[in-house]
Design a protein around this ligand. Structure first.
Ligand SMILES: NC(=O)c1ccc[n+]([C@@H]2O[C@H](COP(=O)([O-])OP(=O)(O)OC[C@H]3O[C@@H](n4cnc5c(N)ncnc54)[C@H](O)[C@@H]3O)[C@@H](O)[C@H]2O)c1
Length: 338
């Protein structure tokens, strides 16, 4: 099995999850930590009992180690620079979402991956869950017929502190990427237009817009709507969002945690003013690992099998485009075409 020598950049909260995975993967070896704050990197090395050098600059780390892979777990504003530096220096990158803070930057990063022939795979952990796999299967097998509408509600009130509370568009930029990527994953369709209204409701503790409503038209003719808030206290949805998908034969619902369920027209009963329906539960048989571990497993397998991961930057760019086109729509007050 290939040995991946890894520099982890960004020694904050998420670094632990990435290190937990790496410590259980035989082919992975951490060879250094990078953080702009040297004390943070040192504290992480000590806490994880890893005797590895720490750096404040990725280029120095790459000069002084024989790393072949960089984990980018830095803040969103640093992703473009970290990923570009790593790719230009001959390393593959597995990185946290979002790829970049503008569509132009995301496009440049994809081009750099293409030019260097190296891989940049992006964390989309919310694709790796038994129930979303069951939901996708249920839609793909046309249990509710042809899909016409997809609706996702996301309402939570987390107090993060830190970079999110200072961002201009914390919900759309830092969180909606997950839900938008889930919509593409579930339907197999890409967005072709969006209208978005972003706002910061009373009681919000964010400087930027913590709430948004978006309408996307998708490439298969379906419509995807998103209603979300990160300053909504009470009646929380799951972090996976609360989904309702309507098709030509019925409706499927998934609350983001329980098994998806649909109600479809009962063919044994005559059609009426309101059709009789029968209930079909999704089959929850997906055997993979969930969350970050599932996505990291796919990234390593793809690297070792010399194929693109499900969340390769080229695919992820299409989810990122939904984020940035939504922000463009919110800024201009107009429907934006992709
Ligand atoms: N996929 C998920 O579910 C999920 C959940 C939480 C966070 N995230 C993402 O993970 C990333 C990190 O989030 P976090 O909560 O760990 O943030 P954090 O603030 O706890 O940690 C980020 C670290 O990066 C360091 N840093 C900043 N710029 C750097 C640079 N240029 N080079 C090296 N280090 C740098 C900071 O000093 C900090 O220690 C973000 O992109 C965030 O959106 C993803």
């Amino acid at each position: 099995m290939k040995n991946h020598k890894i520099i982890l950049a960004g020694c904050g909260t998420m670094a632990h999850t990435w290190l937990d995975y790496a410590s259980n993967r035989n082919s992975a070896e951490i060879v250094g930590f990078v953080d702009v704050n040297a004390a943070t990197a040192k504290a992480l090395a000590e806490r994880r009992s890893l005797q590895v050098p720490v750096f404040t600059d990725l280029s120095d780390a790459l000069d002084q180690t024989d790393a072949s892979l960089v984990f980018d777990v830095t803040i969103p504003a640093a992703h473009k620079q970290v990923v570009t530096t790593a790719l230009e220096r001959g390393c593959h990158v597995f990185g946290e979402k979002p790829m970049a803070e503008s569509l132009k930057d995301a496009r440049e990063v994809v081009k750099t991956a293409q030019r260097t022939g190296l891989n940049y795979f992006v964390m989309q952990n919310r694709r790796y869950q038994k129930e979303i796999r069951a939901f996708k299967q249920l839609l793909a097998t046309q249990t509710i017929g042809q899909v016409g509408s997809i609706h996702a509600d996301f309402f939570l009130g987390p107090h993060f502190g830190g970079f999110r509370e200072a961002m201009e568009s914390p919900l759309i930029m830092d969180m909606a990427i997950h839900t938008f990527d889930q919509a593409r994953f579930l339907t197999g369709a890409d967005a072709v237009s969006v209208y978005c209204h972003e706002y910061n409701p009373p009681g919000s503790w964010y400087e930027g817009n913590s709430s948004a409503v978006c309408i996307f038209e998708m490439s298969d003719g379906s419509v995807f709507t998103y209603r979300g808030s990160w300053s909504a206290v009470g009646h929380s949805t799951s972090w996976e969002a609360d989904w309702r998908v309507t098709g030509s034969k019925g409706t499927a619902r998934w609350n983001g945690s329980d098994n998806p369920v649909c109600e479809v027209i009962d063919p044994s009963r005559p059609r009426g003013f309101m059709d009789h329906v029968h209930v079909i539960e999704a089959e929850n048989t997906w055997p993979g690992q969930e969350g970050h571990f599932g996505c990291l497993g796919e990234m390593f397998s793809a690297l070792e099998e010399e194929r693109l991961a499900e969340t390769d930057c080229r695919d992820n760019f299409k989810s990122m485009a939904m984020v940035f086109k939504a922000m463009e729509s919110a800024g201009s007050g107009k429907k934006i075409f992709f």
